[in-house]
Design a protein around this ligand. Structure first.
Ligand SMILES: [Fe+2]
Length: 268
């Protein structure tokens, strides 16, 4: 039985589920990738830092292939389109600095993507093509007392992608960052305002590779704001978020490349 399929939510302690020779070194490298994340230029005041990359995963063989980046002023980016579900960025194109090549080649990252993908389930017609995986490295960092780092959107929400998985990489010297899961009817609300019966579960990810996944249509999810803890130095909550969506063959009427605008079109 798949808990994710039954309830739309599952918790995983991946450190006990992915085991291989060399995992410690790979985890160290993934962790240090969070030391040089650039500020999220779409939300610089939220103390949020991030990189992103896109891959496709082949059904059955589980082969993972990173998609090519775009280059802007000599820097590698991935363009990103967020569907209509994130109220803060409705229908906008954004672009994020790319994960480094070294990170994309990290064996543990590949195993995590593959683990998540194997948890996903699809209507047959949606799984005829490779599945798109969006891989976000997101760090909330608070430098001094009174600073607050906020996830987006800051309420119980759905992502609009069929599946999202969150993998904690590092949590240190912070207060907050509570995760909560509820049902779709509570979308847009804060967990504090809900009856206890409407909170499916709430928890804190504390240790490296503590993880959870959601099948978006069945649940809403939330991660609370983060403040600096009592110890000296900054506080940090770093996580890898991976979302999956199908790459179905589009209806020709909806395909921009069918409009005959050859001057705008490029060889890829
Ligand atoms: Fe989300």
């Amino acid at each position: 039985m798949s808990q994710l399929k039954e309830t739309g939510f599952a918790y995983y302690d991946l450190i006990n589920m992915i085991k291989y020779e060399g995992i410690e070194t790979d985890l160290e490298k993934l962790t240090s990738a969070f030391d040089n994340l650039p500020p999220d230029e779409y939300a610089p005041h939220l103390n949020r830092y991030r990189r992103y990359a896109r891959a496709v995963v082949m059904p059955k063989t589980y082969q993972i292939q990173w998609l090519p980046e775009s280059e802007v002023d000599g820097k590698a980016y991935y363009e990103y389109f967020q569907g209509s579900f994130n109220p803060e960025y409705t229908g906008e194109y954004r672009r994020f600095p790319s994960l480094t090549k070294e990170t994309m080649a990290n064996r543990l990252l590949e195993k995590i993507i593959r683990f998540d993908f194997k948890e996903t389930f699809w209507m047959r017609e949606d799984a005829l093509m490779p599945v798109h995986a969006g891989v976000h490295f997101v760090k909330l960092q608070v430098e001094k007392e009174g600073d607050v780092a906020i996830s987006s959107p800051n309420n119980l929400h759905q992502d609009g992608e069929p599946f999202t998985f969150a993998h904690l990489i590092r949590r240190r010297n912070i207060l907050g960052g509570m995760n909560a899961i509820s049902n779709p009817s509570q979308r847009g609300k804060m967990p504090e305002g809900l009856d206890e019966k409407d909170i499916t579960t709430s928890f804190y990810l504390e240790n490296p590779l503590e993880s959870y996944g959601v099948y978006d249509p069945l649940v809403t999810h939330y991660v609370g704001e983060v403040e600096k803890g009592d110890a000296d130095g900054p506080g940090e909550r770093s996580a890898i978020l991976i979302d999956f969506q199908p790459t179905v063959i589009a209806n020709p009427d909806e395909v921009r490349s069918m409009r005959g605008e050859t001057k705008e079109m490029v060889f890829v």
